[in-house]
Design a protein. Sequence first.
Length: 256
Amino acid sequence: MLFRSRLEGELGRSRLLADGRLTRQLSLRGGWWLEPSDLPQAQRLPAWLRDRPLQGRFSADGPLLAPRLAATTVRHDLPLIGSGSLALRWSHGLLELSELRSEHLLASATLPLRLVRGRGVVWGELHSRLQLRDYPLSRLNRWLGSHLHGRLDADGSLQGPLAGLLPDLRLRLQNPGAGSLRLQETWSGTLVGSAEGGRLRLVAHEPSPQGRFEARFNRRWRPLTLALERGGGRLDVSGPRDPAGDRKSTRLNSSH
């Protein structure tokens, strides 16, 4: 005999609705709506994830005490990338982002995630891979308060706690610019983060004039020093560090 069940659940403004078999062996299909603020320790989530609800379809299969969960969703307000589709799986304490796909981005990731009695949801460090193709830098203008131009390709990883992800990326910039300055050339390099901060290194490709750019950032990803070498000259931008680890003023040094 086959028993069919209808499952409904609510937590704050989050809800779940499913149909299927709810016995020692699960076989459920349905829809969900998650308000991130309903999660325990929601304040530890980054703002872009904490402030926007999620909704989509899900399935649950396998043993009741060790289920395999899967969910899909499409979002149209993802920071920086706009619309994108996501496919998630969770089993044995590991959350997998099997695919995040948008017009310019393809990514995958894993995140240890488990329920602990008395503590609620506990998560570990994220491990992700990403490919960015022909990304318009103008999409960053709203977040940086600048007017950037050009297209970006990136390959590599983001790893670490959600509140402090560290990049290890290979970059390629085509026709970069800011404001009225536009360069019809290509630059490539790396962006690498560590517990102490981050470092961006770029070099210009031939036949453009020889050029090199390097920037160092603190742990909050605020610039500490910038250095540009071009045509035999060099420009350095730096400043003294305040007790909080940020720079209060700027010092310019140039040489020819």
